[in-house]
Each structure stands twice: as structure tokens, then as C-alpha cells.
Design a protein around this ligand. Sequence first.
Ligand SMILES: Cc1cc2nc3c(=O)[nH]c(=O)nc-3n(C[C@H](O)[C@H](O)[C@H](O)COP(=O)(O)OP(=O)(O)OC[C@H]3O[C@@H](n4cnc5c(N)ncnc54)[C@H](O)[C@@H]3O)c2cc1C
Length: 625
Amino acid sequence: TEQLGSIKRQTTQLRSSYDFVIVGAGTSGLTIADRLSQALPSKTVLVVEYGKVENCPGPFDPPTNWLEPADSASRWVFNSLPSTEMKNKTAFVTVGQVVGGSSCINGMFFDRGSRFDYDAWTDAGGPELAGSDVKWDWKGLFPYFKKSVKFTKPSPSVAQKYGYTWDESAYGGSTDINSSYPLFQWADQPVLRDGWEEMGIKPVKECAGGDKEGICWVPASQNPVTGRRSHAGLGHYANVLPRSNYDLLVNHQAIRVVYPKGPQSGAPILEVLSRGDGTKFNITAKAEVIISAGALHTPAILQRSGIGPAAFLRDAGIPLVLDLPGVGSNLQDHSGPPVNFNYTNPPDFFPSPAAMLNATFKADAIAGFNETPARGPYTLSLGNSAIYVSLPHMNPQYATIIAKIRNAVSSGAAASYLPTEYRSLPAMVSGYNAQLLTLADLLSNPQAPNLESPWATSHISPATTVWSFLLHPLSRGTVRLNLTSPLSQPLLDYRMGSNPIDFDLHTTGLRFLRRLLDTPTMKKYGATEVSPGAAIAGDDAALVEYVKDQIILSFQHPCCTAPMLPKGRGGVVGADLKVHGARGLRVADMSVAPLLVGSHTSATAYAIGEKAADIIVKEWKKPGH
Ligand SMILES: Cc1cc2nc3c(=O)[nH]c(=O)nc-3n(C[C@H](O)[C@H](O)[C@H](O)COP(=O)(O)OP(=O)(O)OC[C@H]3O[C@@H](n4cnc5c(N)ncnc54)[C@H](O)[C@@H]3O)c2cc1C
């Protein structure tokens, strides 16, 4: 209960005003709240969170079924609108709804993108971002990646047992967000690793330092001793208390920001709704409101505030405050199809996940998870290994795909891949063209991965499967208020495959992954392809059909819906994360990424939070504030 000292459950418990009001106690939001309340002790900070504080942890604490947190109240479940180019498939997407946000329910796979991914953010923004004092390229972000986690190297015996490698120069932070390697791997984990190496993919010693094309060990966001999840709700809230200027209001929905005297008049008022008794309340921010509600809810809050695409807001009957068509545009996520196979002569390693079917083994695993230090299978979350491969290394004919991307821009065809309402808006078209040209450069770079395939074992039941994650999709979706119920979850339109060149990228990934089955290691175990199969793989049209049939539309990494880009390129915030045209209002979470990164997204969300906090602290420490 002491930890809950500053928890507010009713607005009557709040102070009359706060300097900073942060919307969303998630991965980025709590990072910012922690840093501001620490660096600016004379200022007050309030975080407003929709969910509760009690519902974290999620899955892997110990692991339950993937995507099934121990407490389902800790998340939102979205089913997107159908993607017409993907046979009307819908994306199943979840996000955290709890103090800690999605860092409470995620897969704990704690990787960073490659340096080229972040350099691409600046490229896509053109001179305005490149020339800004604040830089969001790799060089500008790397110090914040370092600051955002405390890395604990594995003991020599564990490192030797599993072959973990690392380079501490990629780390160095001391904050209470842990990055560490688990004390357990399944004995058959090396089977795929051997296969990848035989395909010519090279092991990389450390993948968090900007260069990660190859085979990577990836740490987990977990405590190195207890094996438990490390998340923002602990590291940036409970474990930093008491702090007299840091309050957290739970179980309240931020509805919208209101500018009684116009968006240039100073920090807006935040309107919140109690989920307990349904009352509405206004919270006064003296300095700033910072929206960190995640890539799906941040654009909904802005749209309810009258900040968004003018035509949409008019149709919705919401008075226009700022015409920013980029709000809720530019939705991206990782997606991809699988290659399925069986072993006719399966590797007989012990333990493999099949051992969990044995009651004695499982009982020992549970006991081990509760020891200190913890040990055994339950200390392993989603896994810790992945390959990251560039387009040139997958496809010798990659230049044809790059030419298609460039031609789509020069011919004007690219605009027709955007949602209809954007095709006549010059800023949206020019921003998308700039993104595509940036991505054409990125995808041509042999050191910039465009495929990820993570694994933890050679036996992923029921079938043996390797997934192809398309790291840099070209299609763009939208997030829009649900006009029949504007306070409920927004509508997601993923529009996967709306840029047809994405199919070339998906089929490249599939063709590349299939080569795993030709390696000596896989042949030794009699690996036999189940799908897509050689006959289909030789036939472009059939392989595209396979992609449409088998693709998973979301690997739970939605982003980019309030992008940091100039207004003339469809942007919503500038390099200082201030909403274009508004005073006292910033956005800081995965929505501000202009382009999806080639990694899972929590490490980037923490780094965005760290950098945002630094920008804000510097501004408010200036004389005159
Ligand atoms: C199931 C799952 C698995 C994942 N696996 C991984 C993984 O293995 N590795 C990895 O790196 N990443 C993973 N991710 C992605 C990663 O966790 C997220 O991208 C990242 O945590 C997002 O951070 P954020 O700060 O943008 O938003 P969040 O952390 O989602 O925070 C947003 C917060 O805002 C709150 N909120 C929303 N609307 C309102 C409102 N109106 N009023 C008040 N509060 C509001 C939410 O409740 C939430 O607490 C996964 C995500 C999910 C969902």
C-alpha cells in the first residue's frame, strides 16, 4: 500500500492544478513523468491513466498463452476493419490498459531498431527535421536508448552455456528498467541457429548498438535475478516513490483537450471522465499537456479535441480547432506470413517445450520460477533470438523492387495507394512520397534489415513454423473515432497490401525463409515443408495468394499515427514533439515515429520517452520559465 501512496482514484483527491499533465501511464508516459518529477522538483506532475494499477503483470509472469495476460482487464482488444487487399482479413491487436501500459502485457523481447531506421525518420522529415536543433536520427537517439535501461550481463557460466554475446558499450544506463538474458533456453534452440548460419547469415555480437543485420541474441525486459517482468509501472512509478510532486490518477479516461481561448493561448484544459461514477472533470495544466496514450488512443484523443483532418471532423460534427490531416494517418505495423514444416526425424533434445507435458518437469519449472535467483523455463518469455536480414541479402533482384517503389512516386501512382480522402491533399501526398523515397534508400542498404524471424526453439507447437516479419511496410492505414460511439475504442483500418509492392516484399521474405529447409542441419532432421511448398513458391501469383491467406496482420507493433514530420508532409508534431499550431501540447509515444522501426517497439517507446523528457526539462529550466 505504501507504493500506492500517490495513487488518486477520484478527482476530488487531486490538487487544484498541475504544471504537467501526462495522458497515459504507459511505456513512454511514465518515463516522462518520472524524469520530469525528478528533474523539476518544484513542478507538479499528474499522470491520468484509463486502467488500474493492480492488473499488471500480463503474460510470461509466469508465461501463459501468448496474447493471454493473466488478467484480461489489463488490455484493450481491437479487431480492425477488414483489409480488402488481404481477403478482408482483420487485424487482432491488443494494447495495455493498466499502469505500465503495453510494457505490462508485451512479449518482453527487448530489441532496438538498426541505426538506419532512425536515420530514416530524419530523412523522411526533410530539411526541417534534419536542420532542427533536436535530432531524432540514430546519433540523436542512441544516448537515450542507453539511458533508458540498465543492462545486466549474464554470468560467465550462463553465457557459455547458451552462447550469449553482448557488448556493454551499447548500454550504460542505471535506471530501473531491466534488460537481461534469461537463465534458461530450450536445448533445441541452436537447431535453427545452425540452420541460419548454414544459410550464410552471420552472428552479430551485439545488436543493440545500431548494427544488427544477421543473427542476434536479444535481451528480455526482465529482472536478471527474479526473472520477473520489468516494466514502466515499476521502474518509472512504484519503485521511484515517494515523490511529493508525482501524482497518478487511475481509472479515468482522458476525453479531449480544450482550448477555451484558441490553440495559441497556452496549455489546454484536459477533460477527463471517471470510469467509476461517469462524471466529467476538467484538469488544469499550468505548463503543458503531454499525450502518451499510445499509437491507437493518442489520435483518438486529438480527434475528439478537434485536432485532425478537417473533412473528417466536419462530418463528425466536431468543431475544428486545428486542421492536421496527419492525425490518425500513417498507421503501420509489422505483419507477415509463415513457413510451416515438419521433421520426419525430429531432433531429440532435452528439454524442449514438449517436456512441459511431463507433470514432474512442470512442477519443478514452477518451483524454479519462485526461487531466488529464479531458474528454469518460466524465466524464458517469448524468446531471445532472431534473424534480421536486409532486402539485398534476401533477393539478388532487389533492384527491381526498389525501381518499382521509385516509379510509383515519379509516376504519381503512389498517391492512389493512400486512403481516398488523402489523395487530393498535397501535404499527405508529398509526405507519403518522401517516405517511400526514404524507404527505397533504406531497403537498398545491405546493412538495413527488412525481415525479422524470431525463434526460441525448433519445436513451436503444433506445427513447426518460422514467421516472416515485414519490418518496413509501404502500405498506410488509419485510426479514426468511431462516430457512433466516440468515447469507445477508435476504428482501425490497417489497409494492408494497399501498396501492392508490399506483396513483393512479403514474397521475398517467404522465398528466403524457405531456404532454411535446404540446410544440412534441417535435412539431418528430415525437415519437410508443409506450406507454402515448392510448387506454390515457384508461381508468383500463387505465392501472393498464400500471403493473403496466411498473413498475420499485426505483430502488435502499431505506430506512427501522429508522426513527427513537417506539416507540409502530413506531420502532427515537430522535432520538439509540440503539436503543430498548438501551445502547451505535445505528443510522446509510439505515435510520433514517422516510420516503423525494424524491431519490436518497447525499447523505442522508452527512448522516445527519455528524449521527450530531456527536451521538456531543458525548455522549462531556461530562464524565464
Ligand atoms: C501483446 C503485445 C506484445 C508485444 N510484444 C512486444 C515485445 O515482445 N517487445 C517489444 O519491444 N514490444 C512489444 N510490444 C509493443 C510495445 O509494448 C509497445 O509498442 C509499447 O509499449 C508502446 O508504448 P506507448 O508508450 O506508445 O504506449 P502504451 O505503453 O500502450 O501506453 C499507453 C497508455 O495510455 C493509456 N491510455 C490510452 N487511452 C487513454 C485515455 N483516453 N485516457 C487515459 N489513459 C489512456 C493506456 O491505458 C496505456 O496505459 C507488444 C505489444 C503488445 C500489445
